[in-house]
Ligand binder design. Structure first.
Ligand code: NAD
Length: 404
């Protein structure tokens, strides 16, 4: 492939696909702040889904054009924005990659809510079409453009199945002896728990194929549940504010609980709350992506896989932690999800730690940031939207209805 970067001093040209989203926007400004030339590519579908769900980010968020103008005004740095559907506008995507010749492409541009992906046939089909076609379009466009950009994709811890292997979850691969007696290193078996998680497993196979067949360099980050709202950079000005989802489909568990605590209503814990999940703060998401960009795999190597997690916690323990801080009680609801009532989760993040990642823990002061945000904007919250609105199957829907 043709050489790409013409920029000085280690600065890179970076496309951030999905750069208008919850993880994408803080990552885009973080990378711009580090001196990289950032272009956000986003079709604003997440904002459209807000309209479909009759909900909105708790924090008022500015349009991408306003955000990047504010960033320029405050820092003198330029971020470009291209409104493009990665899954549907293949020709424009290929032209963009040919034109920009990026060094790295961060790929956040997927439908990311497991509950939304289980809502109905329309949302199931959309999630598969959008996520799998988008990832495949990106891979084939990079090959066709003769561009050796390193792709950094946001995957999820959910590809492993939570705690099903019974031991520590390694970073992506396991060593096995094949039936014929040969040693092999294979992708950890996939065991997804929703249509959304299934698309991430399919992504992993596409990455494996394009790395082997075309030498595309890919890093797949198996990320935990992201909590928090703003980073130091997005806190600089209200026009840079990041989105905060609190609804039953897009609100991640800790943010949902803090929203309920701010409203002084019980935190709704699903089932026994015995599910153990991996967590990471939004500021650490940005730092980990920067580390991944700085450490691309060699051409022809298997995709690099990191577990992008800071710690694991049981859902009911998180509710207890918030309860201690706020005095708000937990309420146990029938679980809308088809999943084990209790699970252990032991995750390795040694590769990231070795590269300098120092995780922010839930006990750290940043917890207060989300409490402040939920308090400040609680008048914008529609309380009924916090409750589960998507069910994994008909039985789960009936159980939740009977429990109301
Ligand atoms: P988000 O929905 O806030 O952001 C995704 C962005 O991608 C949105 O701005 C959306 O408009 C855009 N997008 C979606 N499809 C697109 C398409 N076809 N073309 C162009 N743009 C498109 O989600 P997020 O929370 O920022 O998550 C980003 C990535 O990180 C996702 O891939 C998600 O699976 C992964 N992830 C997120 C979490 C979390 O807790 N938020 C946890 C693990 C992994």
């Amino acid at each position: 492939a043709a050489p790409v970067s013409m920029m000085a001093g280690g600065a890179k040209k970076i496309l951030v696909l999905g750069g208008d989203g919850f993880c994408g926007w803080p990552t885009a400004v973080h990378l711009s702040d580090k001196g990289h030339a950032v272009t956000i590519v986003d079709n604003l579908s997440r904002r459209d889904i807000d309209t479909e769900l009759g909900c909105d980010s708790l924090t008022p968020i500015a349009h991408p054009e306003v955000r990047i103008a504010a960033w320029k005004e405050l820092t003198g740095k330029t971020i470009d924005f291209v409104n493009l559907d990665v899954a549907k506008e293949y020709d424009r995507l290929e032209s963009l990659i040919k034109d920009k010749r990026p060094d790295s492409i961060v790929h956040f541009a997927e439908q990311r809510a497991a509950p939304y992906s289980q809502k109905g046939t329309k949302q199931k089909r959309y999630t598969v079409d959008n996520n799998v076609c988008g990832t495949h379009n990106l891979l084939t466009a990079v090959v066709e453009a003769d561009c050796c950009a390193h792709i950094v994709h946001l995957g999820t811890m959910g590809v492993y199945g939570y705690g099903t292997s019974g031991g520590e979850i390694p970073e992506g691969y396991i060593d096995v002896v094949l039936p014929g007696g040969r040693d092999s290193r294979i992708l950890h078996p996939a065991y997804p728990g929703s249509v959304y998680h299934t698309t991430k497993c399919l992504d992993a196979l596409l990455f494996q194929f394009y790395a082997k067949n075309d030498g595309v360099r890919v890093t797949d980050l198996h990320q935990g549940i992201v909590w928090g709202t703003n980073t130091d950079l997005t806190s600089m000005d209200p026009r840079l504010t990041n989105r905060f989802d609190y609804d039953g489909d897009y609100g991640t568990v800790l943010n949902r609980f803090l929203m309920q605590a701010a409203l002084n209503v019980p935190m709704t814990v699903y089932g026994t709350g015995g599910q153990t999940r991996a967590f990471i703060h939004i500021s650490d998401t940005c730092k980990c992506i920067e580390i991944a960009i700085n450490n691309p795999p060699a051409e022809g190597a298997q995709p690099e896989i990191f577990n992008q997690v800071a710690e694991t916690r049981r859902v009911r323990d998180i509710a207890e932690l918030i309860s201690k801080n706020t005095g708000v009680e937990a309420r146990f609801l029938a679980n809308p999800r088809q999943e084990a009532a209790e699970n252990e989760l032991d995750v390795s993040n040694r590769k990231f730690r070795a590269l300098g990642f120092e995780p922010t823990k839930l006990n750290d002061a940043l917890f207060e940031e989300v409490q402040d945000v939920t308090q400040k904007y609680k008048d914008r919250c529609i309380p009924t939207k916090i409750l589960p609105a998507s069910f994994w199957n008909k039985k789960r829907a009936q159980e939740v209805a009977a429990d109301k």
